[in-house]
Design a protein around this ligand. Structure first.
Ligand code: ADP
Ligand code: MG
Length: 683
């Protein structure tokens, strides 16, 4: 339809043959038995009744009780979805895809038939789809093309306690949508909304902070699902453990050698720590006596490819102990069976807006202490099937000093992209009815960024350019770069670079031990202008290798070059999708492919989007932001790390002992002067 025309539309990747989708005969009896054994099953009828009778229901229940997988199926089976779809939102992409595949199996159909998912750069759904697991970000994006979410009759906001920015945006918008769609029948008859079926909202959460959600929705009904929690014995360390990865390693082997069978779940902050602990455990496990129990290591983090997720849920082979290394994804989103021991490092990664006082801050991922609520959830994972043990790698005092719950993301992250999306919906961030209001200063800084990118005019009104930017599934600065590339005739190359930047892992394998060896291996890709054009050289070389080599040959090539193949293959996939979006918007994605000089147009396009990420060389060799107060250094992984160039642009700042710019290119000063904002300033 016309109103959806600026929305990226993805073709369904998978679909089931027509007619098979509801065939209950194909449902696996053992899965049906498992469904009936879940704690939530006894409350099934009551839950369905309450949701039937109320516009909004808040459903609280312990992790693993069956909320996310069962409630949508109950609603579908009870006919509550009518002719519409049920959306179930998740803060994380991996959770959405993994849960969809489980529920599809329970329905006895292939993924993408009755049960599907939709996450950024990936979708499995079809005309038959009735239950769709989506990231909260994807549903916010759907609002842009369909402001009343007319395709859905039920929206389940899951993991609401995490209070991500997108979840908060949805919660606010769902309230408005219900006011329009859920008018009493006698008041209906006029306007287009009257034709829409009413919308049901179900808010689900594993923690007990239900009152706030209920209050926001005018005292919505709260339902509690009783869990089946067994006792968990908790140990604390007597002193702090700064090297938590090493402490986790030692604790794991103590459990492994001394304790009876049962799987171990270790909570770590991020992928790097997971990979490093994976290696160490492997190393020590190989030295165990031949007759000792083996160790099966299963990593679990956001960027883990779906092919590797399945083994997490299957039982360990006999004579093996499963050891799952997970981020906080295993805290409440995903329940792994068989866990008896939990090791909690007490750390997580959190997106946080830093340098906010200057109004030119940026989001960065910081490793930080968890909250008491997280610690309790983590320990709970050990007691799902029987009594268990939790080893906290921090002191009891440290636990008592933890904040009770985390601050909602809306209070601590950049609002640029959300503000742009709201503008497209004709809403103002300052005026929307939120559970928690965003900080004034963060709003001002988002307005400023959008103005600099040309998405808003000086009266804060959305420009046609801004609307175009919002249509791309990219952060506003990257969307701006892409649009600039169409004018500069280098879309093909810019798409390549943006795809690599949008992949969930870094292209260059960061090897602290072998940094020189890695740099040597990669030298031939190095472009004097810096990292963005170097990325382009790498992708071209990889494409040549892909054309001529087997899968194993490709892998070996990446290993020798210290490149992350997962990033390259994911980027190729993202690139294909961005090309589709371009084509849909009437932009020719092949512009500039194969032609001569790329450096100038590509850098100019990057400058347009990264205008706020510009810094000038200082006499002492550091760089000073042009539009902010920060002094930054070029990250050691950059191809420009030891060069001194007058002007740099960068993809992101990371915050360790000092502020580092990562993904850096050198640009001529004249390119900066060409950006309209700078012209206004000087001219
Ligand atoms: P809740 O949302 O209440 O935390 P879930 O509905 O996520 O509970 O989980 C219910 C059960 O489904 C759990 O026992 C979990 O182990 C199982 N489960 C979920 N996803 C999968 C999967 N991909 N494979 C196997 N079992 C799964
Ligand atoms: Mg759940």
């Amino acid at each position: 339809s016309g109103r959806n025309s600026d929305q990226p539309r993805k073709k369904p990747r998978l679909s089931a043959p027509a007619g098979t989708s509801h065939a209950s005969s194909s449902k696996d009896p053992s899965l049906q038995k498992q469904r009936k054994e879940l704690p939530i099953y006894t409350g099934k009828d009551a839950i369905v009744d309450i949701i039937r009778q109320n516009d909004v229901t808040v459903l609280i229940g312990e992790t693993g009780s069956g909320k996310t997988t069962q409630v949508p199926q109950y609603l579908l089976e009870a006919g509550l979805a009518g002719s519409g779809m049920i959306a179930v939102t998740q803060p994380r992409k991996v959770a959405a895809t993994s849960l969809a595949s489980r529920v599809a199996a329970e329905q006895g159909t292939s993924l993408g038939a009755v049960v599907g998912y939709s996450v950024r750069f990936d979708e499995a759904s079809s005309a038959d789809t009735r239950i769709k697991y989506v990231t909260d970000g994807m549903l916010v994006r759907e609002l842009l093309g369909d402001p009343l979410l007319s395709r859905y009759s039920v929206v389940v906001v899951d993991e609401a306690h995490e209070r991500t920015l997108r979840t908060d945006l949805l919660i606010a918008n769902l309230k408005t949508i219900q006011k329009i769609r859920n008018v009493p029948t006698d008041a209906k008859g006029k306007g287009s909304a009257a034709k829409l079926m009413p919308l049901k909202v179900v808010i689900m959460s594993a923690t007990l902070e239900a009152e706030k959600f209920s209050k926001f929705y005018n005292k919505a009904k709260i339902v509690y699902v009783k869990g089946r929690q067994h006792p968990v014995t908790i140990y604390h360390t007597s002193t702090g453990q700064p090297d938590y990865v090493d402490a986790a390693l030692r604790t794991f082997f103590q459990i492994h050698t001394d304790k009876p069978k049962g799987d171990v779940l270790i909570f770590l902050p991020g992928q790097e720590d997971i990979e490093s602990l994976d290696k160490s455990i492997q190393l020590y496990a190989n030295q165990l006596p031949k007759d000792a129990c083996g160790v099966l290591i299963c990593p679990m983090y956001a960027a883990l490819p779906p092919s590797q997720q399945a083994k997490i849920f299957s039982p360990a082979p006999s004579g093996m102990r499963k050891c799952i290394l997970a981020t906080n994804i295993a805290e409440t989103s995903i329940t792994i069976p068989g866990i008896k021991y939990v090791i909690d490092t007490g750390k997580c990664k959190e997106k946080r807006y830093v340098a906010r006082q200057a109004g030119t801050g940026f989001d960065t991922l910081l490793t930080r202490d968890i909250t008491q609520s997280s610690a309790v959830q983590r320990a709970g994972r050990a007691g799902r099937e029987g009594s268990g043990f939790c080893f906290r790698l921090y002191t009891e005092d440290a636990f008592r000093n933890m904040p009770l719950t985390a601050e909602p993301e809306i209070r601590r992250c950049t609002l640029t992209s959300s503000l742009l999306q709201l503008k497209c919906l004709g809403q103002d961030l300052e005026e929307l009815d939120f559970m928690d209001k965003p900080d004034e200063e963060t709003v001002v800084s988002a307005l400023k960024t959008l103005f600099l990118l040309g998405a808003l005019d000086n009266r804060k009104a959305l420009t046609p350019l801004g609307r175009q930017m919002a249509a791309f599934p990219l952060e506003p600065p990257l969307a701006r770069t892409l649009i600039a590339s169409t004018e500069l005739g280098c879309t093909s190359d810019v798409l390549t670079i943006l795809s690599v930047l949008s992949a969930s892992s870094h292209l260059f394998v960061d090897t602290h031990d072998a940094r020189d060896v890695a740099a040597d291996a990669r030298r031939k890709f190095r472009h004097p202008a810096g990292d963005h054009l170097t990325v382009l050289n790498v992708v071209r070389a990889y494409e040549d290798v892909t054309a001529g080599e087997s899968k194993a040959g490709r892998r070996e090539w990446c290993r020798r070059m210290f490149l992350n193949e997962r990033c390259l293959s994911e980027a190729a996939n993202i690139r294909a999708q961005l090309r589709d979006v371009c084509a849909h918007m009437g932009v020719d994605p092949r512009t500039g492919a194969g032609s001569g000089d790329r450096e100038v147009p590509v850098l100019k396009a990057l400058v347009r989007g990264l205008v706020q990420n510009t810094a000038f060389l200082q006499p002492d060799g550091s760089y000073k932001q042009v539009m902010g107060p920060s002094i930054v250094k070029i990250h050691p992984s950059s191809s420009l790390a030891d060069k001194k160039v007058p002007v740099i642009i960068y993809d992101e700042l990371i915050y360790t002992t000092q502020v580092y710019a990562r993904g850096v290119s050198a640009v001529p000063r004249s390119f900066i002067a060409e950006v309209p904002v700078f012209q206004q300033r000087t001219g």
